[in-house]
Write a protein that binds this ligand. Structure first.
Ligand code: AMP
Ligand code: GLY
Length: 427
């Protein structure tokens, strides 16, 4: 089978690495890919949001399955478009992707199906005074403000007091998030530690596709602004077999059943962001795709064939599948351009990647890199993911930090405490 993978980040490099090893895969095309994915297949210059162009390529190359990495083309409807032309796609439909594309859709869905999540209220139109009156009357902080639409991880504000709340509301009204924030979701603050669980879904059934914990904030100790993710580890020690069973029964099963009952069967990866609250696990958010960098720590643990799983998911026959993971931990540290996520330079030469001895215990996935006249250079905020493997979480953390020692580029930055919060929960 010929496979087309859409996307260009660290998540897509990890997916490309696993797809290229599949006995079912003849040729893997990655669009647009990055210098790392080049070793897994053929990079092609296609824009995933240009559906006609993608279709032309699929027909010309006789692609058997298209796999969509990021959320934007899914929310924009690429699955429906390609399926309507008779081409199998791995990834949810336009409406199913609204679980990520619209916070209001997700919250209303969870309320309707009794899925545990934070209490909420939706405001739309010229909502400034209405929200202000509502929050003043309650006078409880912190409070959670969410722009309804896709905001690249920047649409959530958690003001701790009235002053921050007023500034946040102003930012949503005046700032770059205006479009996403036309509707606002106000949520109760949930205390607790966060963990993520991934499910592979075929519309009717699901299988757990691993657990992980991310580090979203820029600086050590979870300080600084939110980023796309500065590092992750898998499996999550918070999600024991027993807790995972509860999450499957109370959260994932009703999500899949609810979407099917509403006529929007969910196919693809479902990312469930959880808060482990004193009242049990509750949903923080859904995403309609794999996490980045969570994918980079989960996919290397997969022992069974990823492409077989994805094909079964698109065909609706997942119950026959048996997803097998190894029993090792993985930790990834993300090397970012100095200043990320706010403002940073690109185009700096990267050294040490080729020299790095690739043992089974250290792996590198590219994200924001490009080849420039034969030299690997930085080309984005998140540049490289160094993944360490170990029998224990501590060992996988040590291997990731050992792996990155030989890599350097100007203004390179990374968190020094990736995985540390997980060590509190392992014996
Ligand atoms: P989201 O984009 O919805 O995942 O929100 C981004 C981050 O904000 C989450 O990863 C949490 O750290 C935090 N967050 C979102 N909603 C809540 C909530 N209701 N209570 C506490 N923290 C939250
Ligand atoms: N690492 C967070 C995300 O993929 O949304």
């Amino acid at each position: 089978m010929k496979v087309l993978l859409l996307g260009s980040g660290g998540r897509e490099h990890a997916l490309a690495w696993a797809l290229s090893r599949s006995p079912l895969c003849d040729t893997l095309y990655i669009a647009p890919g990055n210098p790392g994915t080049q070793a897994c297949g053929v990079n092609v210059a296609l824009n995933a949001l240009d559906f006609e162009n993608v279709l032309e390529f699929i027909e010309e190359k006789k692609i058997g399955l298209s796999v969509v990495g990021p959320e934007q083309p899914l929310v924009a409807g690429i699955s429906n478009f390609l399926e309507s032309k008779g081409h199998p796609v791995f990834g949810p439909s336009t409406i199913a992707a609204q679980l990520e594309g619209s916070k209001q859709f997700a919250k209303d869905f969870m309320a309707h199906h009794n899925i545990p999540t934070a209490a909420y209220k939706v405001f739309s139109g010229d909502y400034f005074n209405e929200v202000l009156d509502y929050v003043d009357a309650r006078n409880e902080y912190p409070v959670v403000l969410k722009a309804d639409g896709l905001a690249g991880g920047k649409g959530v504000l958690i003001p701790e007091n009235r002053e921050e709340f007023l500034a946040g509301l102003e930012e949503l009204r005046e700032g770059t998030l205006q479009t996403a924030a036309q509707t606002l979701v106000l949520e109760e603050f949930m205390p607790g530690e966060e963990a993520s669980v991934f499910a592979l879904c075929d519309g009717e059934h699901f299988e757990i596709m691993g657990t992980a914990q991310d580090h979203k904030r820029q600086l050590d100790g979870d300080k600084g602004p939110n980023t796309g993710g500065m590092g992750a580890y898998s499996p999550s020690p918070l999600l024991s077999e027993e807790v995972l069973q509860t999450v499957s029964e109370n959260i994932i099963a009703p999500t899949i059943a609810g979407m099917a009952a509403e006529g929007n069967p969910y196919k693809g990866f479902l990312y469930v962001g959880l808060m482990m609250t004193p009242d049990g696990p509750k949903v923080v958010e859904y995403n309609c795709r794999f996490g980045d960098p969570e994918c980079q720590v989960i996919i290397p643990r997969l022992q069974s064939d990823l492409l077989t799983h994805l094909v079964q998911s698109t065909k609706g026959s997942l119950q026959e599948e048996n997803i097998v993971f190894d029993d090792q931990y993985r930790t990834t540290v993300v090397l970012v351009s100095g200043g990320y996520p706010i403002s940073y330079q690109k185009g700096y030469p990267i050294t040490g990647v080729d020299k790095l001895q690739r043992t089974d215990a250290i792996q590198i996935f590219h994200a924001g890199t490009e080849q420039h006249e034969g030299q690997l250079c930085t080309a984005g905020g998140r540049v490289l993911n160094v993944v360490g493997t170990g029998k224990t979480l501590q060992k996988s953390i040590s291997m990731a930090y050992k792996g990155l020692e030989s890599i350097s580029f100007k203004d390179m930055f990374y968190r020094k405490d990736i995985g540390a919060k997980g060590l509190n929960h392992v014996s």
